[in-house]
Design a protein around this ligand. Structure first.
Ligand code: FAD
Ligand code: FES
Ligand code: FES
Length: 478
């Protein structure tokens, strides 16, 4: 994995390190792509990781006039939780809600999604439809790149090795604009898009369509605009005929690949279905669409706890020594116990907890963010410890399953799992209990839908989930 891990406190530090280390360094935001790429051996050429998650003040969503700006560390959960985005950029909220599961969304960022540049990534079609601008900085200066010019192919952008993205901006949707994002995947959570679409319509008087943006993901090496379909909608109110014509034009336009997830013919057919579904939703929805009930974030009572976790003063002096020396020195607090660690270099937080601290309750099921068995709380938010560098524990508060019970007294969720027989082999149980405990901390009496979202990042091979849901409902009644 990485040789040098640098915590930075200011953007200038990032630019400094990038100007020195260039192609051998990468910015780490949430790490939910980068750690997996390291694990898959795709990043052996990168020996320096620059953790920007501790820079104070770069996790904001702001609106000035008509322009919305997302900073570099705005997470997908921040977008799901944002009232400002629900009112002014609903398709982006819908896209972020569709990514991964709460533990992934708590660390994953919009900018990270953009820079990874997978054609199936879900925020990109929306930001292309919104005509977003990417704000880029290096020690040499700054520049703004229109998103349509940011991508050069699959997983390739115009970003230079010494540059970082400091934010992404776009115009808020106006009163006469409505938008929708729809994704089609093999599962409701933790599933990469087979096809995704974003449609934004601008209506004039008598609902005549003045402008249309129709973008699709996962049907070409980069996101495409369905230009012929957009043009056929303009100049008339939205009608059944037009919807059918637009559907056929999109199916003609897309040239998808076949891959392990589905065939090209299936992707083509689904592209048409999603366009038809999206246009019908916009036709029927008077004032734009609404997303469901209170979002499930697994933050607990606080608003995004991960934005309040800068390095403490004394840690500041450590961060360069901390990065370079072999005698790595890290101070962290796990379940309220302080640890000074010299061995946590270049491994995941999960390995640190199990191998170095002997806390075996947190499990490794997949080591790639798919199963939730490694769920812990980092500074109060539920995250997946297999996708987090051990060094991120430095001056952080971590809670593991061992930290939930009060001595011998199990917490109400643990009791409920036992009482409802919501356990067979028990391997997944610590992860479920961690997610469920945080859910009930956040939402006293969650609906069935909210419970399903709360545990959507956790997989169980044995119980079949009914007893797990019953246990969570009974703990909620408690
Ligand atoms: C189980 C699982 C399920 C997932 N499901 C989905 C899904 O359904 N849809 C989807 O779109 N994605 C999905 N993802 C991918 C990932 O979670 C998202 O792409 C996430 O938004 C990445 O954000 P991050 O902050 O974690 O990125 P990181 O991993 O921190 O970084 C990603 C890339 O961007 C670079 N980078 C990050 N920030 C900056 C910056 N400010 N300046 C310059 N470079 C930067 C990094 O160097 C790296 O190359 C999934 C991932 C996992 C593990
Ligand atoms: S999600 Fe971390 S081990 Fe499976
Ligand atoms: S009880 Fe065995 S994996 Fe869930």
């Amino acid at each position: 994995m990485w040789q040098q891990y640098i915590h930075v406190e200011k953007i200038e530090d990032v630019l400094e390190v990038l100007s020195v280390e260039g192609p051998k360094a990468r910015v780490l935001a949430g790490g939910t792509d980068l750690i997996l790429e390291y694990r898959n051996g795709q990043r052996n050429d990168i020996d320096t990781v620059i953790d920007i998650s501790r820079i104070p003040g770069i996790g904001r969503i702001t609106k000035e006039g008509e322009t919305i700006m997302l900073d570099a560390m705005v997470t997908l959960s921040d977008c799901v939780a944002s009232e400002l985005l629900r009112l002014n950029a609903l398709p982006l909220v819908q896209a972020c809600m569709s990514i991964g599961a709460p533990q992934i969304r708590n660390r994953g960022t919009v900018v990270g999604n953009l820079v990874t540049a997978s054609p199936a990534n879900d925020t990109i079609p929306v930001l292309v439809a919104l005509g977003a601008d990417i704000h880029i900085q290096s020690k040499r200066g700054s520049r703004i790149v229109e998103i349509g010019n940011f991508y050069q192919g699959v997983r390739r952008t115009v970003l230079l090795p010494d540059e970082m993205v400091t934010g992404v901006s776009f115009k808020a949707l106006k009163e006469n604009q409505k938008g929708v994002f729809i994704k089609h995947a093999l599962r409701n959570a933790q599933a990469i898009s087979l096809v995704n679409v974003c449609i934004i319509l601008t209506a004039g008087t008598e609902k005549i369509i003045k402008k249309a943006a129709i973008t699709l993901g996962a049907v070409a090496p980069t996101i495409i605009h369905a230009r012929a379909a957009e043009n056929v909608l303009i100049g008339k109110p939205l009608s059944e005929n037009q919807i059918v014509t637009a559907k056929e034009l999109v199916m003609d336009a897309v040239k998808p690949i076949s891959d392990v997830r589905c065939s090209s013919a299936y992707r083509k057919a689904i592209s048409g279905v999603l366009i038809e579904r999206g246009l019908k939703q916009l036709q029927e929805a008077e004032s734009g669409l609404r997303t469901g009930e209170t979002p499930v974030l697994l933050w607990g009572k606080k608003s995004n706890p991960l934005h309040e976790c800068g390095l403490s003063q004394e840690a500041e002096n450590l961060h360069y020594e901390f990065a370079k020396g072999d005698d790595l020195e890290m101070v962290t607090s796990v379940n309220g116990n302080k640890y000074l660690i010299r061995t946590g270099k270049s491994k995941t937080m999960l390995d640190l907890l199990r191998d170095d601290l002997g806390l075996m309750g947190t499990k490794e099921g997949c080591a790639e963010g798919e199963c939730g068995a490694c769920t812990v709380y980092l500074d109060g938010a539920a995250v997946l410890s297999c996708l987090i560098p051990a060094e991120r524990a430095h001056h952080a508060e971590i809670t593991t399953i061992e930290g939930l019970a009060d001595g011998e007294k199990l917490n109400s969720v643990q009791e409920a799992f036992v009482d409802n027989g919501a356990i067979q082999c028990g391997f997944c149980t610590p992860g479920f209990v961690m997610s469920a405990t945080k859910l009930l901390e956040e939402i006293d009496n969650p609906s069935l839908e909210q419970i399903k979202i709360g545990i959507s990042g956790n997989l169980c091979r044995c119980t079949g989930y009914y007893k797990i849901i019953k246990a969570i409902e009974s703990a909620a009644r408690e």
